[in-house]
Design a protein around this ligand. Structure first.
Ligand SMILES: [Zn+2]
Length: 144
């Protein structure tokens, strides 16, 4: 059973075609969004938020654009209209996990101060193991 302190947050891309919801077992203040220091994430001002015990759902009225970056293990999900990245995801057999772009969730002040991470310094295998531990089970509903 989830405690009553759980949090449900939602956001959308800039044009509104893609909506994302995340359910978290802890209050928002317990989470420090992660800022990745790679060029791609810095340019997009991406902030990641996830909890392996949560649930992440993306609903798109349009097709999602899938972008691969860096070691090409993870996929960024972006709105095909406004190009806003709403989440990053990782898939392997039977597993689909993701982290939401927390910069779409307002107010930012509800979260703990962001921390900077350097995933490019991790080996490929370490990275996928880390994602499976940290990221949130993800469901994507997408228009065809
Ligand atoms: Zn959009």
């Amino acid at each position: 059973m989830h405690p009553v302190t759980g949090t449900c947050l939602s956001g959308s891309c800039i044009c509104g075609d893609v909506r994302c919801d995340i359910q978290l077992p802890q209050p928002a203040a317990a989470y420090a969004p992660r800022r990745c220091d790679c060029d791609f994430c810095t340019a997009q001002q991406l902030l990641y938020l996830s909890d392996a015990k949560g649930q992440l759902r993306i609903r798109a009225n349009t097709r999602l654009t899938r972008i691969k970056q860096g070691s090409e293990q993870a996929e960024f999900l972006a709105c095909s209209h406004c190009q806003t990245v709403v989440a990053v995801c990782y898939r392997e057999a039977g597993i689909c996990v993701g982290a939401i772009n927390a910069s779409l969730l307002q107010p930012q002040s509800q979260f703990a101060a962001p921390v900077t991470v350097q995933p490019k310094l991790l080996a490929a295998e370490t990275k996928t193991e880390r994602w499976k531990q940290l990221w949130t089970p993800l469901v994507v509903e997408e228009a065809s």
